[in-house]
Design a protein around this ligand. Structure first.
Ligand code: NAD
Ligand code: UGA
Length: 467
């Protein structure tokens, strides 16, 4: 006994595993928390002053506990052995090949974790699915665990994560709810209660919901589908606003003041991005199809169709506005991350605009305060199949600028694609002077003061607003 009340191990030190475990450790000094990963590079970064992800407030929370009751390690076997509770927080991306390619979620990493736990454990444990998975994955995890050769009994819980990137720390510190699904047997309920007690260190009990396993797994997909559906709904209206002279911000205000609808998550944009909305909706669509529910599948699939339309509509509008040609023109892209306050670029809508502009042979200059050039290339290669190796001239076509002013200098147009606060504070007089004329602004997030920009001399186009 090493003085701790409980030992937690988390497999997967990514956007979810790292912050979630840091917050557990900070709120539970008597629990030893260790986050493990296959990637040595990621673990080394978690142990350094330069964390592998950018998230406001994360460093402070990590520093509070790191080396005391929070550890990051690549010694997966040893940490599994020590643990009473093991979280599986690995990536579950959309399958790229095989059955359900392009829609089904790949749960390979979850199964590998279960196999590893079954192989090395020396005592019984609670295994918690933190990753977002298709409903009934816990059944597969349980069956794999049951095949252990030592006759150990594992309990499997589902505990999906609802944090959003950019606000992960406040979301984890004050969650709207914590959801814990378990088997409705005495052992299952006891396991769920053990996990409830961990969260109860800082989350009021009435906000900790316990359900059966399948409700918990499915509720996560449904929450993301509902959120994304709101964005697609308002984006569909933005197109109608542009056609009719209505103003989407006024619509959002008028509609959102109805308490039954609510005002949050109704900002029209160039489309939603991020690693989860599209993946989880496709997962839901695939599940509906698997159970023969064609109408349900088609209903949710429209959320994706509308999102693709919105992204495409934006880049097409840029080209048509710029006199139907951007060939050889410098275009400034402000923001590459999928939302503000993160460096994450997975499925970022900005990438699709950059891709379309590159196809049109524009000279694209990208500035983002947190995104590294190599991360941009990795994501463009993974999602758009566009890489420096297979697309001649790409390296020269896309410049990453050191700041917004350099990106805009001499540009024919600037497009705001991520809602970083700093883009509201730029010196637009200075930018206007440095740009080619007419100087165009495309506000893909509706964050700028359009009247002020027009007074300076810009021609402004925004989502869902009269031109
Ligand atoms: P991520 O890619 O950032 O991190 C996953 C980590 O797991 C990687 O570092 C990878 O090396 C590691 N890993 C993979 N297989 C492993 C194995 N067998 N053993 C040990 N480590 C392994 O992913 P993420 O964004 O943290 O998402 C994780 C899960 O949480 C996904 O299912 C996702 O849908 C869900 N989720 C994500 C968010 C979010 O905001 N990113 C929010 C809620 C839920
Ligand atoms: C989302 C959910 O909000 C989380 O609850 C969930 O845990 C997470 O997915 C997940 O499962 O991964 P996240 O993708 O990090 O979180 O960020 P969001 O704030 O939801 O934004 C997603 C995308 O929608 C961004 O591109 C954002 O710009 C866009 N968005 C959001 C809009 O275009 N308009 C809005 O009104 C809100």
């Amino acid at each position: 006994s090493d003085g701790y009340d409980l030992h937690i191990c988390c497999m997967g030190a990514g956007y979810v595993g790292g912050p979630t475990m840091a917050v557990i450790a900070a709120n539970c000094p008597k629990i030893r928390v260790c986050v493990v990963d296959l990637s040595k590079k990621i673990i080394d970064a978690w142990n350094s002053p330069d964390l592998p992800i950018y998230e406001p407030g994360l460093m402070e929370v990590v520093e509070k506990s790191r080396g005391k009751n929070l550890f990051f390690s690549t010694d997966i076997d040893a940490e599994i052995k020590k643990a009473d509770i093991i979280f599986i927080s690995v990536n579950t991306p959309t399958k790229t090949v095989g059955i359900g390619a392009g829609r089904a979620a790949n749960v390979k990493n979850c199964e590998l974790c279960a196999r590893k736990i079954a192989e090395v454990s020396e005592g019984s444990k609670i295994v918690v699915e933190k990753s977002t998975v298709p409903v009934r994955t816990a059944e597969a995890v349980r069956r794999v665990l049951d095949c252990n050769e030592k006759g150990l009994k594992f309990q499997v819980l589902s505990n999906p994560e609802f944090l959003a990137e950019g606000t992960a720390i406040p979301d984890l510190m004050k969650p709207d709810r914590v959801l814990i699904g378990g088997v409705q047997s005495p052992e299952g309920l006891a396991a769920a209660e053990a996990l409830v007690s961990v969260y109860a260190n800082w989350v009021p009990r009435e906000q900790i919901l316990t359900t059966n396993l399948w409700s918990s797994e499915l509720a996560k997909l449904v929450a993301n589908a509902f959120l994304a559906q709101r964005v697609s709904s308002i984006n569909s209206i933005s197109a109608l606003c542009e056609a009719t002279g209505a103003n989407v911000s006024e619509i959002t205000r008028a509609v959102g003041m109805d308490n039954r609808i609510g005002k949050r998550f109704l900002n029209s944009s160039i489309g939603f991005g991020g690693s989860c909305f599209q993946k989880d909706i496709l997962n839901l669509v695939y599940l509906c199809e698997t159970y023969g529910l064609r109408e349900c599948a088609e209903y949710w699939n429209q959320v994706i169709v509308m999102n693709d339309y919105q992204k495409k509509r934006f880049s097409e509008k840029m080209v048509s506005t710029l006199f139907n040609t951007v060939t050889g023109k410098k275009i400034a892209i402000l923001g590459f991350a999928f939302k503000k306050d993160t460096g994450d670029v997975r499925e970022t809508p900005s990438m699709f605009v950059v891709r379309d502009l590159v196809h049109e042979q524009a000279k694209v200059h990208v500035y983002d305060p947190q995104v590294k050039r190599e991360d941009m290339w990795t994501e463009m290669d993974y999602t758009c199949k566009m890489s420096v190796a297979n697309y001649p001239g790409l390296e020269e076509a896309v410049t990453t600028a050191p700041d917004a002013y350099a990106a805009c200098d001499g540009a024919h147009a600037l497009a705001v694609l991520t809602e970083w606060d700093e883009f509201k504070e730029l010196d637009y007089e200075r930018i206007y002077k440095s740009m080619a004329k007419p100087a165009f602004v495309f506000d893909g997030r509706n964050i700028l003061d359009h009247d002020a920009l027009r007074k300076i001399g810009f021609e402004v186009h925004a989502i869902g607003k009269p031109d």
